[in-house]
Structures are given as C-alpha cells and as structure tokens.
Design a protein around this ligand. Structure first.
Ligand code: NAD
Length: 491
C-alpha cells in the first residue's frame, strides 16, 4: 500500500453545462459539490441540468441534427475522424480528468480515452459505407428498398464508472448513424464528458450535435420524459433501468439498456494457473476496485486445482499496490464515495454473518495515509454458496466470491444460476472444451483466456437482466437507427 497525495492543482476541471455549443452556468438544477474519492475533499462545484436545460439541449440537438445530415457522408466521416484525432492528441488530459472523475488509476485511465477514440474512428468508417438492401416482392417489377435512418435526437445516460467508455460504445455509434446527442453523465463523473463536448466543437462539429448535461436522477428523468427525444440509451443499474422504462412508457420512447453483471470466471484444472490467477485478480477485485460491469465477481475453480489456484490468486490480490490513483505505481484506487464504502462494508459484514462463505482476505477500510480516501482492502470470500446474497447481487466493489466445481455441467449450471448475463470468462488450454462451454453460457460475451477487452468490431451487451442493447460492430450502429421500407410500384 502506498501513500496518497493531492491531485495536481494545475488540472482545470470543466464544470458548466455544454448546450448548443455554449457553456451554461446558473442552471435550474442547482449544483453538486464533487468529492475526489482519493482524499474525500471537494474538488469542484458542478452545474446540474434541470428541466429548462434539458429542454434547451433537446431543442439545440434537433437544430444540429438537421445540419449534421445536410452534410455529405464524406464530410461527416471526416469530422468523426478529426474528433478521433483530437481525442488521441488530448489523451493525457482526458486521462487525468478521468482520474478526477472517479479516481480510476492513472495507469488505466488513458486507456478509456483510447477505447473511445478507437470506437469513434471505427464508426467514422461506417458513415460512407453503411448500406441498405433491395429485396424482391410479389410484384416482381416493384423496387423494394430497406434503409436505415437516424432517430434524430437520442438521449444517452451514462453511469459514473465509465463516461469515456459510454462515449465510445454509444455516442460514437449515435453520431455515425446521423443523430444528435444529449449526453447525460452522472454528476459524479462530469469532467471527461464535458471535455469530450469541447473537442466536438473544436473539430467543427455543429454546435449542439453533442450537448453535455451532467445531472443526477432528476435531470435524467427530465431527459427520458422529453417528447423530443426519440430514443434513450441507458447504461447503469437495473433498479434505475426499471424507473427509466416506466417513465419512457408515457411517450412510448424506446429504451436500450446496458446493465450490471455477476459474471462467472470458470478456471479449469488444465488452465495456465499463473495466468488465470492474474486474470481473475485484475478482472475481479483489483481492476477499477471491482467497480466495473465486467467484473468477474464469481470465480469458479475446478476442485483438483482449487487450493493451488487460491494460493496463486491470493498472492496477486494481496500484493497489488493500492493507493493514490495519480501515482503510476498504484494499480488499485479507492471506491467512488463514502456511500459506496458504507454499502460495500455492509455487504461484507452480511456475508461474514450469514456464513455462506469464508472471508480469506480483506474486508476492511484502509487507514493510515489512506484514511481520508475511500479505500477498501481487496476482499475475497472462499467456498461461497452460489445461493448467497454475496454471489447473487452485484457488489460493485473490490469483493469477489470463489467457489469450486467438479465437472463441466456443474460449472455451467453455477455460472448460469444468476439473473445477470453480461460476461463470462473461461480459463482452459482445451479449446474444444472452451467452445463447448461458451455455447452453453447465458452471457452476451464469453472471454476465453483473456480479460474483457471490449473492441469496436464486436457487439457488447447483456443477456437476461444485464440489458438489451448492443454496442460495437454493425449491431451497435443499428441501435441508433430506425428501419424504413420504400416501395416503388411498377405497373
Ligand atoms: P445508476 O443506475 O445509479 O445511474 C446511471 C445513470 O442514470 C446516472 O447518470 C444517473 O444519474 C442516472 N439516473 C438515475 N436515476 C435516474 C432516473 N430515474 N431517470 C433517468 N436517469 C437516472 O448506475 P451507476 O451507479 O451510475 O453505475 C453503476 C451501474 O452501471 C452498475 O450496475 C454497472 O454494472 C452498470 N454499468 C453497466 C455497463 C454495461 O456496459 N453493461 C457499463 C458500465 C456500468
């Protein structure tokens, strides 16, 4: 564990709203005192969008949408490529702002900006290549066209734990599809989205094509019920998704969802156990302190290698440097807030009390130099019962369950015994077995011998209560398009 230091005072944090290409302050939603999770101190006062600002953002987005689709595809493509270039050039600043947002360690945070850049570059390429189809109908001389059109204005609601990732996965596809966007980041993570909005303007995108309106649930609800929003794309928790779908029902606004997970990481006896232990640790309690939708929070280990795997896994978990996220030596930062700290400690206390697993490391808030920040020890429970609340509910913190299984059928049964279905991980050197298992897992993504390396070419999203949307690939573009059939009669 290494000590903490204050973030560089030289970083200027954007705090207004970006609507129609203008910075807006004095907003009707009030302000939010942003706390830097690594030292528990306020670091900025963030403007919050209220009803009036959401309405202004939607109106400016419609104006910008009309301008955007009046450009040739080549011009839109080139502007998207210019935006990707601008993000690449700005990667250091975006990376630092990402640390200020939610204290993701600096060794990882520029990677979020690089991911977003990659998606923007990828989707730029679709703009002048996306095709419709022409299919035959019973009157064989008729022309029957099937085309994809933008919705116009879409609302994109982002969670605090990855605004740059949402910008890549969703905003890039929405723009490439021809939409204008009202992006509502969480008030907890406003800085990188606001910087992204600035970059959109800097490269010459129409003012209002990307409006950035940080707010809490009130601003989000105002966006969802706005009649000018033709589709909502929501990334966040299931509880919020239910509220959003209920609100959206008033206008029958379609909602795509990217939700949480309780992903299984299945380690077979024939796996490279050193690699599997490292992967399980960084895909589990260490990476983003477990605050990732992709967290492999249930680690299933084949019985004959359970003890050997555990020894290697715990060695990685307990030796990972935890501390100041601006120090590149640290691989694990704090969790996001005091409320998250309290909630996660309660999850741990309850898991200890219900005796459905054994606490083998961690379980405490860190003190000493780190006492002011929201640092928790990476925490592992062994021999966890999959029916326990610990194994069934998303913890969203540095806490994982390890379980043992005896054969493939049992591994698949445990992995699928959850309401979630976002990711699954399989560690084995037997690729025939890996493929057989992958086909049986109820999960939107299966990662074999690798971490969750989300790529622009691949659709990412959930099964079951992990959501309905897909990001990446052609599927991700289609999320932001509606289908039109044009039939030309030929008498
Ligand atoms: P959250 O559901 O609390 O909030 C998400 C967003 O919704 C925030 O911007 C919030 O302000 C807004 N919101 C809250 N109430 C609203 C309402 N009534 N109407 C409209 N908007 C509202 O989630 P969070 O704590 O910010 O993020 C963590 C969750 O996100 C976890 O469950 C995690 O697994 C999930 N997540 C999923 C993915 C994915 O790709 N599947 C990616 C990242 C995070």
């Amino acid at each position: 564990m290494t000590g903490t230091s204050s973030p560089a005072a030289t970083d200027v944090l954007p705090t207004g709203l970006l609507i129609g290409g203008e910075w807006v302050t004095g907003s009707s939603g009030g302000t939010y005192d942003h706390i830097y999770p690594a030292d528990g101190r306020p670091n900025a006062t963030v403007e919050l969008a209220g009803d009036a600002e959401i309405d202004a953002a939607v109106r400016s987005a419609w104006r910008a949408h009309r301008e955007w689709i009046s450009h040739t595809p080549e011009r839109r493509r080139d502007l998207m490529i210019a935006l990707a270039d601008a993000m690449r050039d700005d990667i250091e600043r975006l990376g630092r702002l990402n640390v200020h947002d939610f204290a993701v360690p600096i060794v990882m945070s520029p990677g979020h900006a690089a991911l977003a850049e990659g998606f923007i570059r990828y989707y730029a390429g679709y703009i002048d290549k996306d095709t419709g189809t022409s299919t035959p109908v019973s009157n064989k001389f008729d022309v029957n066209l099937i085309e994809h059109e933008p919705y116009g204005v879409v609302g994109i609601i982002a969670p605090w734990n990855g605004p740059l990732v949402v910008i890549g996965l969703n905003v890039a596809a929405a723009l490439a599809a021809g939409n204008a966007v009202v992006l509502k980041p969480s008030e907890i993570s406003p800085f990188t989205p606001l910087r992204f909005g600035e970059l959109c303007l800097r490269v010459g995108m129409p003012a209002g094509l990307v409006n950035v309106v940080p707010s809490g649930p009130e601003g989000g609800a105002a966006l969802v019920r706005h009649p000018g929003v033709r589709k909502i794309h929501f990334t966040g928790g299931g509880h919020t998704a239910r509220a959003i779908i209920t609100t959206a029902a008033a206008n029958l606004t379609p909602v795509a969802t990217e939700l949480g997970g309780k992903s299984a990481n299945i380690v077979f006896a024939d796996a490279d156990l050193d690699a599997a232990a490292r992967l399980a640790a960084f895909q589990g309690p260490l990476g983003q302190a477990g605050q990732s939708c992709a967290c492999g929070s249930r680690i299933l280990v084949e019985a004959p290698v359970y003890d050997e795997f555990m020894a290697k896994f715990l060695a990685v978990v307990t030796s990972a440097p935890v501390g100041d996220p601006f120090d590149p030596a640290n691989l694990v930062g704090p969790v996001v807030s005091q409320a998250a700290t309290d909630r996660i400690l309660q999850v741990i206390d309850r898991a200890v009390a219900d005796r459905m697993g054994e606490l083998v490391t961690g379980g405490n808030r860190l003190g000493g130099d780190l006492a002011a920040g929201y640092y928790l020890e990476p925490t592992v429970f062994a021999d966890v019962d999959n029916r326990s609340p610990l194994a069934q509910h998303e913890t969203f913190g540095p806490v994982v369950s390890v379980m043992r299984f005896t054969d493939e059928a049992e591994a698949v049964a445990i992995a699928n015994d959850t309401t979630f279905g976002l990711n699954a991980f399989v560690q084995t050197t037997d690729l025939t077995k890996a493929h057989r298992i992958a086909r049986q897992l109820e999960s939107g993504s299966v990662w074999i011998n690798r971490n969750s390396d989300i790529s622009p070419q691949s659709p990412y999203g959930g099964y079951k209560q992990s959501g309905t949307g897909r990001a990446g690939g052609l599927e991700g573009l289609r999320e932001f398009q509606q289908v039109k059939n044009i039939r030309i009669g030929m008498p």
